[in-house]
Design a protein around this ligand. Structure first.
Ligand code: JCZ
Length: 265
């Protein structure tokens, strides 16, 4: 996969030289190129922003500079997919990461100030290009760089050959199971008086699987009730249904409903 990142702070992306993503770049699995937006300015001051039409606070990034930069890094590639981090975007999820990981070429446009002139996204969509305006969550950052790091790490680790053991990709939170991960433990067996749950030392694989499933259901119900409501009833066994009832969630004709006051929370 090729990823181009355009930013006024190329040094922000230095973290992508490290760890798994750094190795993927060194091995050639990931061709990641970071560009300075100011390389496409034409004035003496290398200006990338201007005041907003209609008034208001702050500055907006100029579409002409962005257009020159994006045309150059898209490099005539009709399949280049434009990704624009923005707090006004769809919320980026593991499903977006999985979809983006199947693409051959991503171009990530990192804005600053009050964002990029809206005509830029419109222009590339009108030209038939895929454009994804994505938010990494409901909080406000100072620019798109940190969001780009998050998305590139989430996508990069899904590329074939990047994560050593592909099994570690299927079992984790936000995979197809739709539940948060169960708690994990390692040595020493007693730390500061805290013991490991006995079942994990039993060697009884079916009991361990059930214990982990129950902890995952409890955690998800407590922390992410939205994920319980979205579960596919077809994926639940009778133990799951009983556990969910204990937690105040009732399965009735294909839907999962919270019964208020059914349990103390
Ligand atoms: C450009 N401010 C781009 C994205 N999830 C999220 N929060 N904040 C952002 C973001 C903020 C920005 C820009 C200027 C993304």
């Amino acid at each position: 996969m090729r990823i181009d990142v355009v930013t006024v702070f190329p040094d922000y992306l230095a973290a992508l030289d490290l760890s798994l993503i750094g190795k993927a770049r060194q091995s050639g699995l990931l061709d990641l190129r970071v560009h300075d937006l100011r390389d496409w300015t034409t004035d003496r001051h290398r200006t990338v922003d201007d005041t907003p039409f209609g008034g208001g606070a702050g500055m907006v990034m100029r579409p002409d500079v962005w257009g020159s930069a994006l045309d150059a890094v898209l490099d005539g590639d009709p399949d280049g997919h434009l990704v624009i981090p923005t707090p006004s975007g769809e919320v980026f999820t593991q499903r977006h990461a999985e979809s983006l990981a199947t693409e051959g070429h991503l171009v990530v446009a990192c804005g600053r100030y009050e964002g990029i002139d809206a005509r830029v996204a419109d222009h590339y969509r009108a030209a038939g290009r895929r454009v994804s305006e994505l938010s990494i969550g409901d909080y406000v950052l100072n620019g798109g760089e940190v969001a780009a790091l998050v998305m590139i790490e989430a996508v990069g680790r899904l590329l074939p050959g990047v994560v050593g053991n592909p099994e570690s990709l299927v079992e984790e939170s936000h995979g197809a199971a739709g539940l948060l991960e169960y708690p994990v433990f390692t040595k020493p067996p007693v730390w500061d008086g805290h013991e490991i749950p006995d079942v994990l030392l039993s060697g009884h694989h079916a009991k361990i699987a059930r214990w982990r499933r129950d902890r995952a259901l409890e955690r998800t119900a407590a922390r992410r009730p939205d994920m319980i409501a979205a579960l596919d009833v077809e994926d639940l066994d009778k133990h799951d249904v009983a556990k969910l009832a204990e937690l105040g969630w009732h399965v009735t004709d294909g839907t999962i409903l919270r019964i208020p006051g059914a349990v103390a929370d």
